[in-house]
Structure formats: structure tokens, C-alpha cells
Design a protein around this ligand. Structure first.
Ligand code: BJW
Ligand code: ZN
Length: 239
């Protein structure tokens, strides 16, 4: 039998250990397009086409056009009540780890403490040919960003398909999830691995798994409770 919201509220009252995994859906109410929604395609191409070394090699100009557009839009975008609620959730927990697949830094802008960015961030850039890297938070970049040291192509500091996640980050996320009494999986289609696997890990390790999404996902099968709706509305209600 599925749990109820009251069961979750009762656990929250006990200052539990909490781990959270977020995806693009938590930023949707701020105006950030999701990847697999109707607005996720760019010039007919999907994230799978664009966010890979192969996609970049075939069309670096086009891929940078996509990232520069997203960077520009993000400059005017603010965290929403879903991000804010996670800041308050952190205060209720005896330990709290926020794991995100998002590259937008909106959790940090809302005031969340340590955030594990599984897929990196859209703001730093690094050279594809040498060691140059720099954080270019909210800075406009040229159409074809080049390395100031060696003139090689710069690329965004994100994780593309087929690339390893930042060193050691999955181990940190996995540890937090295994320690957690409560695990929230919010606004993710749960199709991209290894991030999606955290839901199965949480269930296996004995956490109560709470999913918040507009629709069911593959992770719904391991959720003790699936709350269907907008995270910016449901999360504040839970608190
Ligand atoms: C709302 C809402 C609202 C809307 N309120 N909800 C095992 C099995 C199968 C495949 C693999 C596997 N292990 C690895 C793979 C391969 C691959 C993969 O997973 N492929 C699958 C797609 C088949 N994974 C990888 O390649 C990863 N790397 C890896 O495994 O490396 C191994 C390796 C080791 C050692 C050496 C070398 C390699 C890397 C994955 C990188 C993903 N990168 C992207 C792009 C980042 C850069 C960028 O932003 O440009 O990350 S892809 C894209 O998808 C992005 C996202 O973080 C990620 C997940 O998407 P997310 O967040 O779930 O968004 P959506 O759009 O899918 O869903 C939004 C959800 O929100 C929906 O459910 C809505 O309903 C909901 N929603 N509004 C609540 N208001
Ligand atoms: Zn360089």
C-alpha cells in the first residue's frame, strides 16, 4: 500500500536524514525548458543529439548557439518556490544532501548549501586542448568561444552523454542516499543513468522514497508515495 502525505509529514517532524535528487522539472516553473518536454527540442535536435562529443564535433557552432541561448535566458531567471522549499527542508533535516542533474545553479541561487552537480554546470568553460578553465557565471560568450591560451575550442562545463560524471561525485551521492531516512526524487524523467539509479539505491537501502512529478516515471515503481503535480506547489505544502 502507498504511503500518504501525512506519513511523510510525520517523518519530517522527527528531523530525518534527507537526500534529494532533482531534475529539470524543478526549474520548469522558473521558465527553464525541460529536456524531454515539448519545448526540449532545439532546431529539431534533442538533448541526446546536442549534448555529446559527437554532436559537438559534427556542429560546434550549432551546439554553442544552443548553450549561448540557454546561458542568456538563465541570466534573467530566478529560483521558484520549489527551490525555496528545498532550502527550508534542509533546515528541518538532521543531515541533508541535495543532488541535482541540473546545470543552471538555481539551487545555489535559492540558498541551498552544498549541492552535488552530477552533470556539472553550464557556467564554467574549459579548453578541449589544454588545461585552461574558468567560471564565466552570467557572462556573455562569443558565438565560437576559443581558449585565450591556445585558441582551441572551449566547451561548457557540463557532462555530455558517454562522459564520466565529475570525479567522486556519484560515490558522495550514493553514500548520502544510503544514509537517508527520506529520499525525494523531484522533476526528473528518471531515464538518464547513473543519476536515475539513486532511486533504486534509496529504496534498497531502506529510505522512504517520495516522488514529485507531473507524471509517473520509471522511478514510480520504487516510490512509497508518488505526488503528481508541480514541485513549486507540492513542496511548499509538504512543509
Ligand atoms: C515537473 C515539472 C514541474 C516538468 N514539477 N515535475 C545505464 C542504462 C542505460 C544507459 C546508460 C546507463 N548508464 C549510462 C548510460 C548512458 C547514458 C544514459 O543514461 N542514457 C540514457 C538516456 C539511455 N548516461 C551517460 O552517458 C552518463 N555518463 C555515464 O554513464 O558515463 C559512464 C562513463 C564512465 C567512465 C568513463 C566514461 C563514461 C552521462 C549523462 C549526461 C547527461 N547529460 C545531460 C546534458 C547535460 C548538459 C546540458 O544541460 O546541456 O543532462 S542530458 C539531460 O538529461 C541533462 C539532464 O540533467 C538529464 C536528465 O534530464 P531530466 O532532468 O530528468 O529532465 P527531463 O526533461 O528528462 O525530465 C523532466 C521531468 O520533469 C519530466 O518527468 C516532467 O514530467 C517533470 N516536470 N515540469 C515537477 N513543474
Ligand atoms: Zn587551450
Amino acid at each position: 500500500m502507498k504511503d500518504s502525505i501525512d506519513d511523510i509529514k510525520a517523518i519530517l517532524a522527527l528531523r530525518p536524514k534527507i537526500a534529494v535528487l532533482t531534475g529539470a522539472g524543478i526549474s520548469a516553473e522558473s521558465g527553464v525548458p525541460t529536456f524531454r518536454g515539448s519545448d526540449g527540442y532545439w532546431k529539431g535536435k534533442s538533448a541526446e543529439d546536442l549534448a555529446s562529443m559527437q554532436g559537438f564535433s559534427q556542429d560546434p557552432h550549432g551546439v554553442w548557439e544552443w548553450y549561448n541561448l540557454r546561458r542568456q535566458k538563465l541570466k534573467d531567471i530566478k529560483p521558484n518556490p520549489g527551490h525555496d522549499a528545498l532550502v527550508r527542508l534542509e533546515e528541518l533535516a538532521s543531515s541533508f544532501t541535495l543532488v541535482t542533474q541540473n546545470v543552471d545553479r538555481l539551487h545555489q541561487q535559492a540558498g541551498s548549501g552544498q549541492v552535488l552537480e552530477l552533470h556539472g554546470s553550464i557556467w564554467p568553460v574549459r579548453c578541449m586542448d589544454c588545461d585552461y578553465q574558468e567560471d564565466r557565471f552570467q557572462v556573455d560568450l562569443p558565438a565560437e568561444p576559443r581558449c585565450p591560451d591556445c585558441k582551441g575550442w572551449l566547451r561548457p562545463g557540463v557532462v555530455w552523454f558517454g562522459e564520466a560524471l565529475p570525479f567522486g561525485i556519484m560515490e558522495k551521492a550514493d553514500h548520502a542516499v544510503r544514509m537517508a531516512d527520506l529520499f525525494f526524487i523531484i522533476g526528473t524523467s528518471a531515464v538518464v543513468w547513473p543519476a536515475a539509479g539513486l532511486a533504486w539505491t534509496a529504496r534498497e537501502a531502506g529510505a522512504k522514497v517520495v516522488e514529485i512529478n507531473l507524471e509517473e516515471t520509471p522511478a514510480t515503481e520504487v516510490a512509497h508515495i508518488s505526488l503528481l503535480g508541480k514541485s513549486g506547489e507540492i513542496l511548499p505544502q509538504l512543509l
